[in-house]
Design a protein around this ligand. Structure first.
Ligand code: ATP
Ligand code: MG
Length: 342
């Protein structure tokens, strides 16, 4: 058996260019380059989609659209070591979550930083119980397949530690049930710690582009009309210094535009910086970025429109069948251990 790399991308909205260049492309790159030595599980965490409120009328559309985006971005559907599936189609995720919940302390989840932050914002009366115990669902996502490597940002560090703890806790109590995922430090060594790429919001370049941002003015969504997207670039916030210096940390708007130009044209950031450094007008840079973004979107959207829907559906169906078998094997071991099965 090859070791398993596992990763999911929540479908709670249309994806933006930050998600695309910061998460999706690296993920697909990994699927392409590691599929010889690893099984690569890429799943759509649909049960995680509504731990925070969403418009449920759009969920099915967003799930399928995001899966198509994976394919349009280059995910190889014909590689038997790359597995693509929707979480809710594998009921073992929900079943194992309940069992893990029963071996988890209330305090253990109350201490999760993400939960503390979110509940401080909306109040414990309004935060969903799903937001409270989703680390157990995340642990089930990982443990059912014996995944060792799971690329996560710093915000998910505690959840990986919990996954390791709960796996070890049950292994100690019941014998070897689970493969324990690697510690966060080794995860970072394996994936190259947080490649660090963060595309900034165009309207407020001091913060990152985020799909749940209310106004949407500073975000380039992959589904944006290319002409409208070009307008967003042209009205991007810059600064009043009047001279481009890519090394100046106070020019975050300009740095962001240079970054977007490099990414959407496939050029090295150093080369783009060298071309624009010293220029005393921002107009030409904005025009170049607007053209590049609009061309990128036009090209991407045509690839998206040409995704072979039948091939995608067939891949999902066959992988979901295969993943059910693997997940159910792990689940049965656990059910036997806790006395639910003979
Ligand atoms: P939300 O507002 O719902 O948190 P988000 O845009 O922050 O949405 P996430 O679903 O939190 O997106 O993250 C999905 C992936 O995209 C993560 O791997 C995250 O690191 C990456 N990502 C998110 N925003 C950016 C960005 N601005 N630049 C680069 N990568 C990003
Ligand atoms: Mg986020």
């Amino acid at each position: 058996m090859k070791p398993v790399i596992l990763t999911g991308l929540r479908a709670n909205n249309d994806l933006h260019i930050g998600n695309y260049f910061g998460a999706l492309l690296p993920l697909i790159d990994m699927a392409k380059h590691h599929a010889d030595e690893y099984e690569v599980n890429l799943f759509m965490p649909d049960l995680h989609s509504f731990t925070t409120p969403i418009d449920h009328g759009n969920l099915q559309r967003d799930i399928m659209n995001n899966l198509r985006i994976f394919v349009a971005a280059g995910l190889p559907l014909d590689n038997p070591s790359v597995h693509l599936y929707r979480q809710s189609y594998i009921p073992a995720h929900s079943e194992l979550t309940w069992i893990l919940d029963c071996f988890t302390g209330f305090g253990e989840f109350s201490r999760m930083t993400e939960f503390k932050d979110k509940s401080a914002k909306v109040g414990t009366e309004h935060i969903g119980v799903g937001q409270f115990n989703y680390p157990a669902l995340m642990a089930a996502d990982i443990l059912l397949y014996g995944a060792t490597y799971v690329p996560v940002g710093d915000d998910q560090r505690q959840h990986i530690e919990y996954t390791r703890n709960i796996a070890e806790r049950l292994n100690n109590k019941f014998g070897e049930l689970f493969v324990v995922p690697k510690p966060v430090k080794e995860q970072h060594e394996f994936f190259g710690k947080d490649q660090g790429l963060r595309i900034k919001d165009l309207a407020d370049p001091t913060k990152k582009m985020s799909k749940s941002d209310e106004s949407g003015r500073g975000i380039i969504f992959l589904g944006d009309n290319p002409t409208e997207a070009a307008k967003k670039i042209k009205s991007a916030t810059t600064d009043s210094l009047g001279k481009i210096n890519a090394a100046n940390r106070t020019q975050s708007g300009v740095q962001n535009l240079l970054q977007i130009l490099a990414l959407t044209t496939g050029r090295l950031i150093e080369e783009v910086n060298a071309e624009y450094n010293g220029q005393e007008q921002y107009g030409p840079l904005k025009a170049a970025v607007a053209d590049a973004v609009s061309a990128f979107l036009t090209d991407f959207q045509s690839r998206l429109a040409n995704v072979d829907e039948a091939q995608l559906r067939a891949k999902l169906e066959s992988d979901e069948k295969q993943m059910n078998e693997i997940a159910n094997t792990t689940l049965l071991k656990v059910q036997k251990a806790v006395g639910l099965r003979a």
